[in-house]
Write a protein that binds this ligand. Structure first.
Ligand code: ATP
Ligand code: MG
Length: 363
């Protein structure tokens, strides 16, 4: 699975950077503005064809340049066969993705390089809108069930149709019946997949949390997007006038959420900043552990500024969980000494010092 070679061209201040990462822990350190997050951004571009910082290619591509390229060598199925993966992004147009000499599409890419990001935005899993938590659950369901993507696309199509009928206000009752039957069928199937994924995720999350925040109990609960004591057919019928007035469908999987509670209170309100970081990290690590169980290969973790918000003891616990996980990790920090001593001697570690967008060879 691991990326064994990485070449980055014209991303932010990285004009041309080549790294030979190790399969375990890769520490990237350097001063503010040196290019550490940009390295993670480049790997994210490679895995998902987009940045985690911007939707606009002109911000990602180096100033005065027209395109950027990231190239890697990896063994995606963990079969001892290293293959090239490359992505090119121009100022305009769609990214071009090549794997083993062929053009591939986005969902093939997402399967090749399963990525997990832990950065300041990950707090949104607790503090942000339900959309962040749905996206989190759906990442897991996408990788757990090959039928998910079809189902999800089908559901989005029916939801869009139903909403556009609601918006125009006049709905033939027979038409409504047809759309609602389809809506309910997609919704129930999608919800079942989400529920069963979460049932598997919860024990993995509890394990990770017990390691990172021993003694703190966090409850995860799934909310399907409608009153689950009632059938969705009944809920749609009962809410029809309201949906018509609002011009969109107010109940269904598009409103699903993951409830995260600490001692009965919303975790977002209750926990400290450091505790929140550890809870969201436990969620992400649990996803990786589950992925590894089902696919027999690890994920790539991009962890920006690992030491921030954490004391020495929690840094150490976080590092020990990462090294046990078997994932390939790219971890940034400003000060190398903040993480240097947290690893077991047998852990594979590569260290990269970056200054002004280039690798520094430490004496
Ligand atoms: N499009 C661009 N072209 C050239 N340089 C850019 C572009 N966008 C950002 N930069 C510069 O690239 C540098 C790298 O930023 P990056 O966020 O990767 O730094 P960092 O090492 O993560 O810093 P910090 O420790 O502050 O998080 C910054 O100095 C930034 O000003
Ligand atoms: Mg940074």
């Amino acid at each position: 699975m691991a990326i064994s070679k990485l070449r980055i061209h014209r991303i932010r201040n990285l004009s041309a950077l080549s790294l030979t990462p190790c399969p375990g822990i890769n520490l990237i350190y350097g001063e503010n503005g040196s290019g550490k997050t940009s390295v993670l951004e480049a790997i994210h571009l490679l895995g998902l064809a987009r940045s985690f910082r911007t939707n606009q290619a002109r911000h990602l591509i180096q100033a005065e340049q027209r395109d950027c390229v990231v190239y890697a060598e990896l063994d995606p199925l963990n079969q001892g066969e290293v293959k090239p993966l490359g992505i090119e992004r121009q100022l305009e147009g769609e990214p071009r993705i090549r794997f083993a000499g062929q053009d591939i599409d986005l969902s093939t890419l997402a399967e090749l390089l399963p990525l997990q990001v832990i950065n300041a935005d990950t707090f949104q899993l607790l503090e942000g809108s339900p959309a962040h938590r749905r996206q989190f659950i759906d990442w897991g369901v996408f990788h757990a069930d090959s039928g998910f993507i079809q189902l999800w696309r089908g559901f989005r199509r029916v939801l869009k149709q139903r909403n556009s009928l609601l918006k125009c206000g006049k709905i033939d009752p027979r038409m409504r019946q047809v759309w609602d039957t389809e809506f309910v069928s997609f919704a129930n199937a999608l919800t079942e997949l989400r529920r069963s994924y979460l049932a598997q995720l919860i024990p993995a999350f509890n394990d990770a949390l017990e390691h990172l925040l021993p003694g703190i109990k966090i409850d995860l609960g799934f909310s399907s997007g409608w009153d689950s004591k009632r059938s969705l057919d009944d809920v749609l019928a009962a809410n029809f006038d309201r949906d018509l007035a609002m011009g969109h469908t107010t109940s269904g999987p598009q409103r699903a959420d993951l409830r995260v509670k600490a001692e009965g209170h919303s975790a977002s309100e209750r926990l400290s900043r450091g505790q929140k970081k550890l809870v969201v990290s436990a969620l992400k690590l649990a996803q990786g552990a589950l992925f590894q169980q089902t696919h027999n290969r690890p994920c790539v973790y991009l962890i920006d500024d690992l030491p921030s918000e954490l004391d020495q003891q929690h840094n150490r616990l976080f590092c020990s969980l990462l090294e046990q996980s078997g994932n390939q990790c790219f971890i940034t920090c400003v000060d190398h000494s903040s993480l240097a001593e947290h690893w077991r001697p047998e852990t594979a570690i590569a260290t990269f010092h970056i200054a002004a967008g280039a690798l520094v060879t430490d004496a």
